[in-house]
Design a protein around this ligand. Structure first.
Ligand code: C2E
Ligand code: MG
Ligand code: MG
Length: 584
């Protein structure tokens, strides 16, 4: 090829190249510029002069001249993909353009520059970042599952479909670990996080398994998500006919989550409660649907956990009533609407009054008498229980001191006061009990504190607190034995002096040989551990006789007396003749 033709071809190439090419002298004077470069650089030169490249780029690459001066040898790179942000006015509104500049020293006199439009690439990168951020906004960092925002969007879409398609249903399960704080407190947050991670994996695996198959033939797009700390969601599309299968699915999920969790060389036992909404009661919005599921989940917890509860509108009424109770209870304490009743505990061997159990009552100005089974839980969840418990404790200690002064030998030897979970969790409980004893002047051995079986067996912190309480010199009773989780075999691990056998066993003693055997075993084991036994809820003389035969030390129940207000209890104590109700 002739030389002239080659030069011409090169110029043609430079002229058409879809990239801006510029040749300048060392001081930036433009020697050659192709149309693409001119077009790209034009917005930087409002008067259209493209004489000196450094001057043209002054605003967007101010240090370029110095960079070029710093290059000394042919082949030295002046800059590589230097981004140039250019604002251009288009159709009345500003638009940003990004260009990349490469520049190289060619020889002792020449610099070669190349400018390319990187706007599209920058936009793509921007979008990628945006969508990653967007994803992050919808993803839980611990489990990598979708988060609350994603769940709300998913429910929102489902609610939309529900309006358009009458047969479309949506199943939502809200899953919450039972007493998860126990794991964080006893095993540490790192283990807690691992358990949550595994829990998330199990929920996700269930979602995958159910995707497009059982529990509902029409189920699809099953989503597993983490809402908050120990709260997960599993939701899927369903049809009218497949909704009943959702309850089975929720049950299976409870089972799956109840399997032990292996964390390192540790095995962690945990259960979960599930609130189930099948989307038939069409709530107004996604938040409302989650609230329905949460209400059902809390009901499952209230029933003991490790189960599911299906949302129904009646739950809302109950929640409202609880809200009213909560408000009322706050004022009941200050307005003097709470009072204590006392129920005798009788020695089954000689019929003497061994003690009195203090039980709280609420005289509601409109509703009349409210029993503790209805409001203790409300007091626990609102934190009022500590104040309430302290009040019962003070009143009971003072009452026994009063009886001791009034009745002498005929006074009960002890007063028993129930402690709830939240009270034991309160670090001030030991000081509070010591105060009650000190203020009333009651000798510590005259006070017995009752804790439920599941509570006492709970964890090391609770056990340590129970030991601290015992160090005050009082005694501890294990209430409602037989209804909780701990077995006879673990009785020796609990720092208690007395075991109270639950009424459900006692009331069956006359009719069920099985219950008789169980009671006898409790009595024997307790005896071998130096613990005494009390039978709760004795209603007939026959029960009292049998329990005496089985070796139970004391009895409490309607047979002797119902729980009585202080004055009536005093009258009962004064007129009580031990022989009248002892073994018939
Ligand atoms: P608990 O400590 O096991 O108390 C015994 C319950 O059995 C009392 O119910 C009592 O009235 C009832 N009872 C006693 N004998 C009989 C009987 O022969 N037959 C029947 N059917 N029932 C009998 P109450 O007073 O309704 O208290 C229920 C629970 O509420 C108590 O069970 C206790 O766990 C809790 N509680 C009561 N007062 C307090 C309190 O001041 N603080 C705390 N934390 N809990 C309390
Ligand atoms: Mg009790
Ligand atoms: Mg009891």
């Amino acid at each position: 090829m002739a030389e002239g033709t080659a030069d011409e071809a090169l110029v043609q190439f430079l002229y058409r190249a879809p990239i801006g090419l510029i040749q300048t002298s060392l001081d930036g004077m433009i020697v050659l510029i192709n149309p693409m470069a001119a077009q790209l650089l034009m917005p930087l030169t409002p008067d259209g002069t493209l004489d000196n490249l450094f001057d043209v780029l002054k605003a967007v690459a101010p240090g370029l001249r110095e960079l070029a001066n710093a290059s000394s040898r042919p082949g030295d790179l002046v800059c590589d993909a230097l981004p140039l942000q250019i604002r251009r006015q288009r159709a009345g509104h500003g638009e940003s353009q990004v260009m990349g500049l490469h520049m190289m020293r060619l020889d002792d006199t020449t610099l070669m520059a190349c400018v390319s439009d990187m706007t599209a690439a920058a936009r793509r990168e921007d979008q990628r970042l945006q969508s990653r951020l967007h994803g992050q906004k919808r993803t839980d960092t611990l489990t990598s599952l979708p988060n609350r925002t994603a769940v709300l969007e998913r429910i929102g879409r489902a609610l939309g479909r529900m309006q358009d398609e009458p047969r479309y249903r949506f199943v939502l399960m809200l899953i919450n670990a039972d007493r998860f704080e126990r794991i964080n407190v006893t095993l540490g947050h790192a283990t807690g996080d691992e358990v949550l991670h595994l829990m998330g994996r199990r929920v996700a695996a269930a979602a995958q398994e159910w995707e497009g198959s059982a529990p509902a033939a029409a189920a699809s797009a099953c989503m597993a998500a983490r809402l908050a700390a120990d709260e997960f969601v599993l939701c899927f599309d369903a049809s009218e006919s497949s909704v009943p299968a959702a309850a089975d699915a929720a049950n299976r999920l409870v089972g799956i989550l109840q399997n032990p969790y292996a964390i390192g060389d540790r095995t962690v036992h945990l259960s979960a409660s599930v609130g189930l909404v099948t989307g038939t009661s069409a709530p107004g919005n996604a938040e409302a649907m989650l609230e329905q599921a949460s209400l059902a989940m809390r009901e499952a917890k209230r029933a003991g956990g490790a189960r599911h509860v299906l949302f129904e509108p009646a739950l809302m009424d109950r929640a409202r009533q609880r809200g009213d109770l909560e408000l009322g209870l706050r004022t009941a304490l200050t307005d003097g609407h709470l009072f204590t009743v006392y129920q005798p505990i009788v020695d089954l061997a000689d019929g003497s009054v061994a003690g009195m159990e203090a039980l709280v009552r609420w005289r509601h100005p409109e509703r009349g008498m409210i029993m503790p089974t209805e409001f203790i839980e409300v007091a626990e969840t609102t934190g009022l229980i500590c104040e309430l418990g302290e009040w019962v404790l003070d009143a009971s200690c003072r009452q026994l001191v009063e009886w001791q002064a009034l009745l002498g030998d005929r006074a009960p030897r002890t007063v028993s006061v129930n402690l709830s979970r939240a009270q034991l969790a309160d670090s001030k409980i030991v000081a509070r009990v010591a105060n009650a004893l000190g203020a009333s002047g009651l000798p510590p051995p005259c006070l017995q504190l009752e804790v439920t079986e599941s509570l006492a067996a709970q964890d090391a912190t609770v056990q340590a607190r129970l030991c601290e309480l015992k160090e005050l010199g009082l005694t501890l009773a294990l209430d409602d034995f037989g209804t909780g989780f701990s077995s006879l075999a673990s009785l020796h691990e609990l720092p208690v002096d007395v075991v109270k056998i639950d009424r459900s066993f006692v009331s069956a003693v006359e009719t069920s040989a099985h219950h008789r055997v169980l009671i006898e075993s409790v009595v024997r084991i307790a005896q071998s551990l130096g613990m005494r036994t009390v039978a709760e809820g004795i209603e007939t003389a026959g029960e009292a006789a049998l329990l005496g035969v089985l070796g139970c030390n004391k009895g409490q129940g309607y047979l002797y007396a119902r729980p009585l207000p202080a004055e009536a209890a005093t009258a009962w104590l004064m007129s009580y003749k031990s022989t009248s109700v002892v073994l018939n």
